[in-house]
Design a protein around this ligand. Sequence first.
Ligand code: BGC
Ligand code: ZN
Ligand code: ZN
Length: 359
Amino acid sequence: MKAITVNPPLNGFEYRDVDIEEKGTRIRILENGICGTDREIVNGQLSSAVPPSGYGFMALGHEAIGEVLEDSGPFRKGDIVMPVNRRGCGKCLNCLLGRPDFCETGDFIEAGIKGMHGFMRQYIRDSPEYLVLVPPDIRDIAILAQPLSDLEKSLEEILSVQGRLYWKCSDGTYGCRHALVVGTGAIGILFALLLRSRGFSVTISNVRDATGLEATIFSEAGIAFFNSSLGYAGLKPNDKFDLIVEASGSDASLIPSLLSLLKNNAVLGLFGFSRSGMANLTSIDLQNIVYKSISVVGLINGQKPHFEAAMRDLVQWKHMWPEVSRSLITREIDVNSISGMSEVMYRKMPGEIKTKIVW
Ligand code: BGC
Ligand code: ZN
Ligand code: ZN
């Protein structure tokens, strides 16, 4: 079968005819999404990327939907499913209990990223245990459920950290909690939408003005946009946050300024992978973290319950925010278009939110 493969740490990608031995339900891949992780692998920049043992290549891709080709377990022929991308190390307690997002050994594997073939290929076989049903209503945007699953897990983690205090408002909602999402990539936008749909008041920032498409999305979902090119000093003096999510992978030097924007008992969630710089924290910064009971938490990877939550949210968003739902997939590329693929695999396209590859 045809596959898009990589050979980390080398850069580049190729079309390869592969024969991969797998067990489980047979699935015909319909679509893949591309994210920053895929592009880091294709550019030879992701040091954790490694082919499965015994292979001199790895099929790329961890965002996929496909059609079930045979009745199997809870699935019927013709169902559309999405595979879960991270699998356990088989050794640690969290992996054995289905939470490889909290793998204790670090020996987990990830489809198309680390030690496991990914889903950018004509067919896969997988155990129903790792497959999530796609509601037919959201077939067109379902590819977003993989990145959104990471964020469902992240929000669950944030809420569990905040279980340390009364964080719901007196009316039982999160309406009095103000969140800042840094970055307007796919992750930033999905995170802002998720927080908004849970009732938070949300501001999203980038170091430029919002594009027309972003402005449409933010206006329909009731999200405020802030241009932080001159820093955050331009925010209203009392505009401090209960939650800041770093979703841009910016230079580490941004962190002290984000800490200064946090209210008492707030959370700073780090999702983006920072690639440069240094976060210089003074003793006063550290005193503030203590004095204000600030939590800093790393956010990564969702598991099956989070994929299911992501599917439910996408269904809800389609009804709540039809314009948003129509705007998130910004480009579709035919997998057979070599020029199109070369264009999208290495770098983010101007105006891109999510690019998908169609088989
Ligand atoms: C994926 C996550 C994964 C992470 C680290 C992201 O692109 O969406 O599920 O855990 O990369 O490899
Ligand atoms: Zn990804
Ligand atoms: Zn583990």
